[in-house]
Design a protein around this ligand. Sequence first.
Ligand code: GLN
Length: 501
Amino acid sequence: MSVERASSLAAEVASGRRTARRVLEEHLARISARDAELGAFNLVLADEARVRADAVDAAVAAGEPAGPLAGVPVALKDNLCTRGVLTTCSSRMLQHWRPPYDATVVQRLRAAGAVIVGKTNLDEFAMGSSTENSAFGPTRNPHDVSRVPGGSSGGSAAAVAAGFAPLALGSDTGGSIRQPAALCGVVGLKPTYGRVSRYGLVAFASSLDQIGPIAANVTDAAVCFEAIAGHDPLDSTSLDAAVEPVTSGLRRGVDGLRVGLLAELCGDSARVKQAGLQSAGLAGVAPDVIDRLDAAADALEAAGATVGVVSAPSVVLGLSAYYLIAPAEASSNLARYDGVRYGQRVDAADAAEMNTESRTAGFGAEVKRRIMLGTYALSAGYYDAYYGKALRVRTLMLREFAAAYADVDVLLCPTAPTTAFELGAKTADPLLMYLNDVCTIPSNLTGHPAVSVPFGTGDDGLPVGVQLMGPALSEPLLMRTAAVLEDAAPAMAPAPAGVAE
Ligand code: GLN
C-alpha cells in the first residue's frame, strides 16, 4: 500500500482530475478492510464525510477556491470537539457526549478543504503511552498487530500508518503525538505551546497540552500545521504572532546548521562518548535506537550541518517534574466531571454520593491514579515539596535550553527509548510505562516545538523515530531539518494493506 501525499492529492482534487468523493471512498475501503483488526477509530463518519466530499467537489466544479487540503481525509483524535458528534476521550465518562461546538482546529481544517473521516482512539483522557488505557479497547500497531501503536494518540498514528487517512491530528502533553508517530513509522509534530489553538481540545494538563499533525511525510505535516496554526481569541494562551511559512522553505537543506546531540538522552551514542559526556546519559535507551540516532546525526553532517554534543542536566529530572505537574493540572481539569454537567451520572442518595459513584464508574484506573497523585501533590503541606519543586525544575530546564540554543540551532535525540512493545508488556507497571516519555517530556515542559521523523528500523524490524527539538517558534527550521532526515532515512516497508491494491 502506498500512502499518497496529502498535498498532491489536494492538488488533484482542486484541479478536478480526481474527485474528493473518490478519494474518500478509497480511504473508507481501507478502513473497512482493516480497522476491525487495528481499532484505530472510535467512530467512522462515513456519511458525514461523503456529504462533505461532495460539497468540496461541487465547490471545485463551481470554480471556487478549494483550499490546500481540498478533499484530503483527516482523522481526529477523539478528544477534539466536533459539534453534535460524539467526543468521548475514550472514557466511559464521556461515551455519550456530543459537544455543542467545534474545536478551532476542526473549523480550520474544514476551511482548508479537508474531509473529517472519523474520531480516533486514545488512552483515556490522553493519559498513557500505548493506547491500552482506552475504555473501548486498545489500538494495534499496523506494522505488527501484537505491538502497541504508542500513545496517547495511538489511533491517529495507526490510522496514518495504515493508510486510513493521509493526515491526522493528535494532542501532545508529554509526547502523545511524537511517541506514537515514532512507533508507527510516521511523522509527528508538536508545535510551540500557544501556536495552535487549544479551543475545543478536552483539557488534560493545560500548561502542556498542544495539538499537532501526524502525517506520512514531512511535507504533509507542514501543510497541516500551516492550516491549523495561528492566533485564536477563543484560547487565552494562543500566541498573537504571525505564522512563519514552513512549506516554502522545506527544501532549503541544513548547510551550516548547528545540531547538538542532547547528551542526557543519548548517553550511549559514540559522539557523546567521544565528548566524554556519556555519564550524563539516562539509562534505558535501547542500543538499536541509539544506532539509528547516530546514523541520523551522520546524515545531517553529510548534508552540511555541524554536529556537536550539548548537555542540559535538568533533563534527567523531567520525568519526575512532569508526573507531578501533569497530574496536578489533570486533577483540577477533571473536577468538572461531577455527574451533573457532563457525561455519565450514577444516581445515589445525595449529591456527594452521586458525585463519587459517577466518578468511580466513569473513570478508568489510570485516570483515577493521576487524579489522586495530582490532588496529593497540590494538597496543603505537600504543595511546596512536590508541585512547587516541579515548577522550579521547569524553570531550570527553560534556562538550560536557552543556554543550549545559544550554541546550537536544533537538538537531536531519540523520540522513544525503544521500538513498539508487545501489548500488555507494561500495563502492570505504571512507572515502566511512564519511562516511555523520557525523551519527549522536556519540550512540553519548556513549551518548545519538537518533531519525530522515522529513521529506519530497529533490530526487530519495527520503526525507529528520531526527534528534533528547537527553540520557541522554530517550526520552519525543525521541519526543514526533518526533511533532510526524511530524504536520508533508510527505506522502510510500509504497513501491510487490508485490501489488494
Ligand atoms: N504518556 C504521557 C502521559 O501519560 C503523555 C501523554 C500525552 O502527551 N497526552 O501523561
